[in-house]
Design a protein around this ligand. Structure first.
Ligand code: B12
Length: 76
């Protein structure tokens, strides 16, 4: 849905779906040089994997903003 919303607002999106291997994600970022990367997580037991992915993406591409969202994040 987030990817669709971006497209509706004129962005070019690359929706990678669930279970995309992180190394493939890193390669795609390197090839496409996106303006932003968005990560989604629904189940709380996968939160640490998303945090790890965000950390690795940030290390490799420090200037690319990373958006995170999804039901797994605690609400304040
Ligand atoms: C459909 C569903 C499934 C489907 C998923 C199908 C699919 N391919 O997507 C199936 C049946 C596979 C499934 C499996 C499981 N599920 Co399930 N599932 C759901 C359910 C009913 C709806 C989720 C959904 O699609 N919501 C609609 C989408 C559009 O909402 P969303 O993803 O949250 O996105 C919105 C926002 O969060 C936000 N957003 C999301 N991502 C991002 C990213 C960014 C950058 C931004 C800005 C915003 C944003 O924008 C969206 C629009 O508002 C929920 C219950 C519920 N009502 O939420 C349980 C639920 C998520 N499931 C749950 C569980 C436990 C599981 C399983 C572990 C069950 C099991 N024992 O196997 C597995 C886990 C599978 C896995 N590996 O992740 C729990 C999670 C509990 C928890 N705290 O972790 C829930 C909450 C049910 C419950 N109450 O117990 N599930």
């Amino acid at each position: 849905m987030v990817a669709d919303l971006f497209e509706l607002h004129g962005w070019r999106g690359y929706f990678l779906g669930a279970n995309a291997p992180l190394n493939d994600v890193l390669k795609l970022i390197d090839q496409k040089r996106p303006h932003a990367v968005a990560l989604s997580v629904t189940v709380t037991f996968a939160l640490h994997e998303v945090l790890d992915a965000a950390r690795r993406i940030h290390e490799a591409f420090p200037k690319v903003p990373i958006l995170v969202g999804g039901e797994a994040w605690p609400r304040s």
